[in-house]
Every structure is written in C-alpha cells, then in structure tokens.
Write a protein that binds this ligand. Structure first.
Ligand SMILES: [Zn+2]
Length: 157
C-alpha cells in the first residue's frame, strides 16, 4: 500500500453559510445606486421600440440592440400593477426548504410606465384578496443600502 492510498477522508453533512458579494453589472449598479441615494426607481428604455425596462437592461431582446449606459434612463413611480402572484408556505429569503406558519404572497409587479415585471413579496394583502390588476406601491426600508432588499415589498395603494 502506497502512502497515497492511506489517506483518510472524513465527511460531514450540514449547511455552510457563506456571505459573499457579486457584481451585478453597470445597469443594475446604477439602479441600486438610485435605491440607496434617492429611494427612487429608475429604469431604461429601448431607443428603438421604446419599451421601458425595470430592472434596466443592457440589451433590448425584442430589437436585439444595446442600450447605451449613458442615455435612455427614466425616473419611475413607486406604484405598479400585479401581473401575477402566488402563495408559498416556504421561506424564500433563505436557502433550504423551511416551511413557515403563514404563507408568503409573492407578486410579479409591473411598475407603472414599464414593459417588464419584478418579483417581490406582497405585504398586508391576504391571499384571498390578491387580484391580477390590483394597484400596489413599494414599501422601502428606512435606510436603503443599494440592494434588492431595500424594498420590503409591495402593498395595496
Ligand atoms: Zn427595443
């Protein structure tokens, strides 16, 4: 038996929590800066078809053109419409499949004046009262840090 064959392998099962940062790109970076500095939504629009994107995009998928980073930004309201929604018994802010006592309502929301949707938790809305087409508004955290969770969720207007 060689030295190589005598190695011992120990296996442990369990979760490893790793904090990390990753770069979201110049377009989302600009959006998160607006969250942090001004508590404001900004998106961009395609100079060709005029579709408005929130979150902002580098490329319009419909026209297949690059939207310049320096231009085509638009200020957006904090209000929108529920395009779709679902209720889940699972906690969605953590990894794993831990069930929670009360269901979480998640909405696909189209911010007014945009052509796209974002997913956020619907707050203070009961599953039975949620409706496609319902008007909602964003609820901000007190001290935005320039990240997705600066928005706590959306609630009825
Ligand atoms: Zn376009």
């Amino acid at each position: 038996m060689s030295q190589k064959d005598s190695k011992v392998v120990i296996t442990n099962r369990g979760m490893v929590r790793a904090e990390f940062n990753f770069y979201v790109g110049k377009y989302l970076d600009k959006m998160y800066d607006a969250f942090e500095k001004d508590k404001k939504f900004i998106g961009n629009h395609c100079p060709h078809c005029k579709d408005v994107f929130f979150p902002p995009r580098k490329i319009c998928g419909k026209c297949n053109i690059t939207i310049p980073l320096e231009e085509n930004w638009v200020d957006l309201p904090e209000t929108g419409t529920i395009i779709s929604y679902t209720a889940t018994p699972y906690k969605v802010t953590e990894r794993g499949d831990r069930k929670v006592k009360n269901e979480t309502l998640l909405g696909l929301i189209r911010i007014d004046g945009t052509s796209t949707g974002i997913v956020y938790e619907l707050l203070d809305i009961k599953p039975e009262e949620a409706k496609i087409g319902m008007k909602v508004k964003a609820i901000w955290t007190d001290l935005p840090k320039g990240e997705p969770m600066d928005i706590k969720g959306f609630t009825k207007v």
